[in-house]
Design a protein around this ligand. Structure first.
Ligand code: HEM
Length: 240
């Protein structure tokens, strides 16, 4: 058994980064609207960052059909998506476990598959936010070039939604970056989306129901401090 287990295919990683890069750039160029000095930067006749934002927005919408859709049709990726949408009893137990740990109460983590409930909720929230941001952005983007198509009231309403949802995306993206880059017990996951594999011991601790060839339960493991029904009984307590 090697020290690493494969986690994400090349196509899954390509989808992650081909979405992450433009979304981050869209957020950054959009947020310049809140910084008067940046908002005022001009290139010829246009406000530079607003123009970049709109052009990048249309490029991302075009990529949805040309890049994201073909990638999503790959079998391995569909398996990941099915797994992400598969809500099970252990997901409720995982959320209960996180809640107990947050209040300082002792709790053992339940068994976890390829994705825990936090990853599932994060994916769902990100996808919903992204879909609405791209849809509202499309209308705002067309309106940026011509004011003749959409009603002013509609544009104002969609702009309010676009702003509110992009502000909601900020803590979601910052939380995602913190867990992927900084948090000691989760940052190993970054290797999965860069190299495609993660350390076997990490996979067995964090995704025991998924990690291939997980070892047999350790003999004489200490009794659980508090085990909700259906919780994992065979792994050591881990920090969160
Ligand atoms: C992940 C996707 C996106 C994010 C996070 C995002 C974020 C933002 C933010 C933060 C603003 C500034 C809001 C304000 O000033 O109150 C903004 C404005 C705007 N967005 Fe987006 N946006 C996204 C996608 C799009 C797309 C796909 C388009 C168009 C194709 C678009 C078109 C616009 C337009 C036209 C504005 C107004 C720019 C101006 O005139 O200053 N956005 N966006």
């Amino acid at each position: 058994m090697g020290p690493f287990v494969p986690r994400f295919t090349r196509q899954a990683r390509a989808l992650h980064w081909s979405l992450a890069a433009p979304v981050l750039l869209l957020l950054l160029t959009g947020l310049t609207n809140f910084a008067p000095e940046l908002k005022a930067v001009r290139a010829g006749d246009v406000r530079l960052f607003a123009w970049l934002h709109v052009v990048l927005g249309f490029a991302t919408l075009a990529a949805a059909r040309a890049v994201y859709l073909p990638l999503l049709l790959q079998r391995a990726l569909r398996d990941d998506l099915r797994e992400l949408m598969d809500v099970r009893r252990r997901d409720y137990l995982w959320l209960q476990h996180i809640g107990l740990r947050a209040t300082g109460a002792p709790s053992r983590p339940p068994s976890v598959g390829k994705f825990n409930a936090g990853q599932k909720l994060n994916t769902l929230a990100t996808m919903l936010l992204l879909a609405v941001l791209l849809a509202t952005g499309a209308v705002l983007g067309i309106n940026y070039f011509t004011k003749r198509i959409f009603d002013v009231g509609l544009v104002e309403t969609l702009f309010t939604w676009h702003t509110a949802l992009s502000l909601l995306a900020v803590p979601l993206i910052l939380g995602h970056l913190y867990l992927a880059l900084l948090h000691p017990s989760t940052r190993e996951s970054l290797r999965g989306v860069t190299r495609g594999a993660v350390r076997r011991d990490w996979a067995e601790r964090h995704h025991d129901a998924w990690a291939p060839d997980a070892p047999a339960p350790a003999a004489g493991a200490p009794p659980p401090e508090r085990t909700p029904p259906g919780s994992r009984k065979d792994s050591p307590k881990r920090p969160h």
